[in-house]
Design a protein around this ligand. Structure first.
Ligand SMILES: Nc1ncnc2c1ncn2[C@@H]1O[C@H](COP(=O)(O)OP(=O)(O)OP(=O)(O)O)[C@@H](O)[C@H]1O
Ligand SMILES: NC(=O)c1ccc[n+]([C@@H]2O[C@H](COP(=O)(O)O)[C@@H](O)[C@H]2O)c1
Ligand SMILES: [Zn+2]
Length: 290
């Protein structure tokens, strides 16, 4: 077996965007599945996972306040040594495209990296040139006869389920340019169920097909059909959600009586933010029409 050079692995940060209304065990599993998969390729080292709950301005039906959703996600991850919650997105007063959230987190890593590099007296010009050539693609840089290795900034990949990938095809929901930048510059890790249609979905889209090397499809063999919708439904009916969400989350929901028929009616009849924002934009109407 060939020896793996640990320096040559691309560092990856996994970013999951969604409602997390509430966070479930399945959301936490997504990170574990994605990390195992990327490590098994031998090419990547996953250094961090970030959960970014969407802000209230998303206006999805039944969406309870970001404050509670963030708190529950923090409780759920407090025992994880690599997955954390970031509330920057949820603190914005307006809804933000997922691409902007990816850019924000990538930028944050870039500035941290520049600070680090400066401390290690790496000439800034070299870093600058490197960036221009490679954009968000960060094969670690090894310079001839020179150590230490100048480590590059990790990639920030979007972690999602197959339903989110397939939502790229919903008219007016996503802008074509956003989808393109996501798959071109960041990359996608998509957790799919055995026998579903993601591969066909990618095949049928020219853009996704062109960037299929940057779309990692991870098969979920130990299937797990938990969804937040089902959790909220069980709660409305007074049924147990034990072992479906972390116990600390269950306790928090009970203590604050979070999900009820009334909370499910929040935003009823309100147009989802992306539709409001993109409906009049011809670029988004049929983002993946071919
Ligand atoms: N069982 C699952 N398998 C694969 N991906 C999932 C699963 N549940 C959630 N996800 C993914 O988790 C991310 C966050 O999703 P979201 O907050 O919408 O959760 P959800 O359980 O799908 O909620 P809801 O039922 O309200 O839509 C999305 O990328 C979604 O595709
Ligand atoms: N155009 C876009 O960037 C776009 C469109 C629709 C949903 N999203 C995001 O995808 C996630 C979807 O979450 P839900 O499945 O809970 O609706 C949210 O984080 C939302 O902000 C992004
Ligand atoms: Zn969902």
């Amino acid at each position: 077996m060939a020896m793996e050079d640990p320096d040559r692995k691309t560092e990856v940060v996994l970013l999951a965007c969604g409602s997390f209304n509430p966070i479930t065990n399945m959301h936490l599993r997504l990170f574990e599945l994605a990390k195992d998969y990327l490590h098994e390729t031998g090419k990547y080292k996953v250094i961090k996972g970030i959960i970014s709950p969407v802000g209230d301005a998303y206006k999805k039906k039944g969406l309870i306040s970001a404050n509670h959703r963030v708190t529950m996600a923090k409780l759920a991850t407090k025992n994880s040594d690599w997955v954390e919650v970031d509330d920057w997105e949820s603190c914005q007063s307006e809804w933000l495209e997922t691409l902007k959230v990816l850019r924000y987190h990538h930028q944050k890593l870039l500035s941290a990296d520049v600070t680090n590099s400066l401390q290690h007296t790496v000439p800034i010009t070299k870093l600058g040139r490197k960036r221009k050539q490679e954009q968000n693609s960060h094969e670690p840089v090894k310079k001839k006869n020179q150590s230490p290795v100048v480590k590059s900034v990790p990639q920030v990949k979007l972690l999602c389920g197959s339903d989110m990938l397939e939502s790229f095809g919903v008219p007016n929901l996503w802008k074509l340019e956003d989808i393109t930048e996501i798959v071109e510059k960041h990359g996608l890790v998509c957790i799919s169920r055995a026998g579903n249609n993601v591969q066909k979905f990618i095949y049928e889209s020219d853009i996704l097909w062109r960037h299929k090397n940057n779309i990692h499809l991870v098969e979920e063999w130990i299937t797990n059909d938990i969804s937040s919708t089902k959790i909220r439904r069980a709660l409305r009916r007074g049924q147990s959600i034990r072992y479906l969400v972390p116990d600390v989350v269950r306790a928090y929901i009970e203590k604050n009586r979070l999900y009820s028929p009334e909370s499910e009616d929040r935003n009823a009849g309100v147009v989802l933010a992306p539709f409001q924002k993109h409906a009049s934009d011809p670029k988004s109407s049929q983002a993946l029409s071919n």
